[in-house]
Design a protein around this ligand. Structure first.
Ligand code: ADP
Length: 462
């Protein structure tokens, strides 16, 4: 059966409290009873001594007679305390006998005590028996007293009252403790469950598309805080994805609209005979078509890479050689911007998909050319570490601001949008680079400072 976290926690805390209270109550009750028994047993001895002593005081040595009146008082007090006494003188003649004096009370008291003791302690082996004590006065024996009482110990009505009251107090304390622990347990459970409930609420809102939601509550449990942190991160990354998706549609539309409009207007004008289909006009139209084709090609590559079923056709490749070949291919653009490109370092051949790696280099090198001013410098450096081959592509170009750095590998993300419109990028290049590098088991990082330049570092496992 499923219950809510809060009720489960409350019940668990209450159950633990209940067990503890039960243990504490029964242990206290057991030890109190033991102690009380020991106390009563001691008390019985001192009562007996007192009876014997008081009886001794009622003997007059001069007249050698007993003060029977006082003996009677002592006997009656003793009787009501549960001690049935018979007092004999030196010559064994009865001085006073409780049973002779008041037989019915004696029987009544015997019955009461036996009944109460057997009721309270059903297994007790206690019973009424009698014992003789000699009565002495100043070292001389003046008689004896025969005492019948319930041994080894018995409780009076007061004692039973005391024990019953103690039990009620224990019960009351247990009930209050249980109540307090249920209330405290419920409060603790609320404190624990409330941030979790809020997190559940937030996740269900996220699942319905509300990516702006963030959980502000914090708990005093680190696991719950981690959960909240993760959910907040999930929401913000979904939010980012969502806006990238929206931007993607508008970017694709924008990227395609501009060249298509130029093409349409030019072709319409040519069809209407307004413009001559001269070689330059046809060339410029052809370039627009190329631009559209390139964007569509980039989109296609990205779709393949992001499909997850990318098959790499690996072969041993010398990356330094490959870099030289690609720089040669880009010679035209490099010359146009009067740039200096240097390739440094060396590395062993590694097994990569050379076509994909070519794409990585073209994208990184063209970016470096695109985002670096006239007469800038580009350095392509290779290095070998224990496990990796490292390629660093650095330029002294425009750089990327720290705010934009985390997003440049995202699809269609273009830092400094107004500037990029003129450079004609579509924001897919680095996404493709990252996918290819990661498909090879490597990773790519970037260090950049606005106005100083950028350095893209590609690590590929050997
Ligand atoms: P784009 O087609 O716009 O170049 P990319 O995915 O290749 O798309 O790059 C994403 C963004 O990263 C670019 O718009 C640009 O702002 C920034 N960027 C990439 N490389 C560099 C670089 N070498 N120097 C400065 N900015 C760069």
């Amino acid at each position: 059966m499923k219950g809510s976290l809060r009720s489960r926690l409350t019940l668990s805390i209450a159950a633990v409290a209940l067990v503890l209270i039960a243990i504490i109550s029964s242990l206290s009750s057991y030890f109190i009873n033991q102690q009380f028994k020991a106390y009563i047993t001691k008390q019985q001895v001192s009562t007996l001594n007192e009876i014997v002593y008081s009886l001794g005081q009622q003997y007059n040595t001069d007249t050698q007679t007993w003060n029977v009146e006082y003996v009677h008082t002592i006997g009656m007090y003793a009787l009501y305390d549960g001690y049935i006494i018979k007092v004999y003188n030196e010559s064994n003649q009865t001085v006073w006998d409780a049973e002779i004096w008041d037989m019915s009370t004696c029987i009544q008291i015997k019955e009461d005590i036996s009944h109460q003791m057997l009721l309270k302690f059903p297994g007790t082996n206690g019973k009424f028996s009698d014992t003789d004590f000699s009565i002495e006065l100043m070292g001389n024996k003046i008689g004896r007293v025969n005492v019948t009482y319930f041994g080894p110990y018995f409780y009076s009505d007061n004692d039973f009252d005391f024990l019953n009251q103690l039990s009620s107090i224990l019960l009351f304390v247990a009930a209050i403790s249980l109540l307090v622990s249920i209330i405290l347990g419920s409060l603790i459970a609320k404190r624990i469950s409330s941030p979790i409930l809020k997190t559940i609420n937030a996740t269900s809102q996220i699942s319905q598309g509300d990516y702006k939601i963030r959980i502000k509550d914090r708990s005093n449990l680190s696991e719950v805080d981690h959960l909240i942190e993760s959910v907040n991160q999930l929401a913000s990354s979904l939010d980012k994805q969502e806006s990238l998706k929206k931007q993607l549609t508008s970017d694709v539309a924008h990227e395609l609209r501009t060249p298509l409009t130029t093409l349409r207007i030019t072709i319409e004008a040519m069809l209407d005979g307004i413009l001559e289909p001269s070689p330059e006009r046809l060339k410029s139209s052809y370039e627009e078509v190329l631009r559209i084709t390139n964007i569509v090609k980039d989109l296609e590559s990205l779709a393949i890479l992001e499909d997850g079923n990318l098959k790499l056709e690996k072969a041993d490749v010398d990356l330094v050689d490959l870099a030289h070949q690609i720089v040669k291919k880009l010679e035209h653009q490099i010359h146009e911007k009067e740039m200096v490109v240097s390739i440094k370092g060396k590395c062993p051949e590694i097994s990569v998909d050379s076509e994909r790696m070519t794409q990585v280099m073209i994208n990184l090198f063209t970016n470096a050319i695109k985002y670096t001013q006239f007469q800038g410098n580009i350095t392509i450096e290779f290095e070998e570490t224990m496990d990796d081959v490292v390629m660093m592509v650095s330029d002294n170009g425009s750089g990327i601001s720290q705010d934009e750095l985390p997003f440049i590998f995202e699809r269609f993300y273009r830092a400094d949008k107004s500037r990029n419109r003129s450079t004609g990028g579509s924001g897919i290049g680095l996404t493709i680079v990252k996918s290819i590098v990661e498909a090879h088991g490597g990773n790519i990082q970037v260090q950049s400072e606005v106005g100083v330049g950028s350095c893209f570092i590609v690590n590929l496992p050997k």
